[in-house]
Design a protein around this ligand. Structure first.
Ligand SMILES: O=C(O)CCC(=O)C(=O)O
Ligand SMILES: [Fe+2]
Length: 237
């Protein structure tokens, strides 16, 4: 694997997709653990205002915080470590592993940036692992706008929009997607029984641990630690 070349591609596009990165056996083990945890109809974790205003329906789980050592396997994968290093430079660090679950009929996630883009050095890197096929049947495809990690803030708007450079991903079981936190991205509605993705978030040296506390949506900036809308982007537009 040519890590330098892949890092270049990542920095050009703001994302990178590699199929068959993880073994199907490992993905099956992950998926089983994930379903065991959630069951098929979990209660929503976020409060009602967030779910309504963000157009986002996803339930997070942080398995390593509960001592689930299986979830250390991906984090310790030498190829993933080398690729992360090539992209983020020395001193980069891992933040946490977050599993995201969405049930049938849920909306997915509206266009967003995981953290404010005003300082280009302050960003998170999503290292997304797919333990199931995301396809026509499941829905929940991931979309990202090529090169948007260099374009600053996601345009404010009161409805969903298309962007000329938007890409649509159908990750398969074992696919890795690396996604810059400033890249404009979203998840389409879930039509199958459920959708899960597992994100090993990381960041360059000197980026604050809480960099993803404030998320930028088209209509607002939302702070997770306080469960508040910190900017109404439509009022100020
Ligand atoms: O689940 C995905 O495909 C992307 C989720 C997302 O927006 C993120 O991890 O920041
Ligand atoms: Fe995101």
């Amino acid at each position: 694997m040519n890590y330098e070349l892949l890092a270049e591609q990542f920095w050009r596009d703001g994302f990178l997709l590699i199929e068959d990165f993880f073994s199907l056996e490992l993905m099956d083990e992950y998926n089983e653990k994930i379903l065991q945890h959630f069951g098929m109809n979990p209660e929503f974790f976020h409060n009602e205002e967030f779910l309504t205003k963000s157009d986002t329906e996803v339930i997070p789980w942080f398995p390593q915080r509960e001592g689930e050592i299986l979830f250390d396997s991906v984090e310790q994968d030498h190829r993933l470590v080398a690729l992360s290093q090539a992209i983020l430079g020395s001193g980069w660090y891992t933040q946490y592993c977050m599993v995201m679950f969405s049930g049938q009929g849920t909306k997915g996630q509206a266009w967003h940036q995981d953290c404010p883009p005003e300082n280009s050095h302050f960003f998170n890197l999503n290292r997304l692992v797919y333990t199931m096929d995301i396809n026509e049947e499941t829905g929940g495809k991931t979309m990202a706008v090529r090169g948007s990690h260099k374009l600053g803030v996601l345009p404010a708007c009161d409805h969903d929009v298309d962007f000329p450079e938007q890409q649509i991903f159908s990750p398969k079981k074992g696919t890795l997607i690396l996604l810059h936190g400033h890249t404009w991205h979203k998840v389409l509605p879930v039509t199958g029984k459920y959708r899960v993705s597992t994100n090993y978030r990381s960041a360059p040296k000197n980026v604050p641990e809480n960099i993803t506390d404030i998320c930028v949506y088209r209509n607002m900036r939302y702070q997770f630690s306080t469960n508040t809308v910190v900017e109404d982007r439509l009022a100020s537009a």
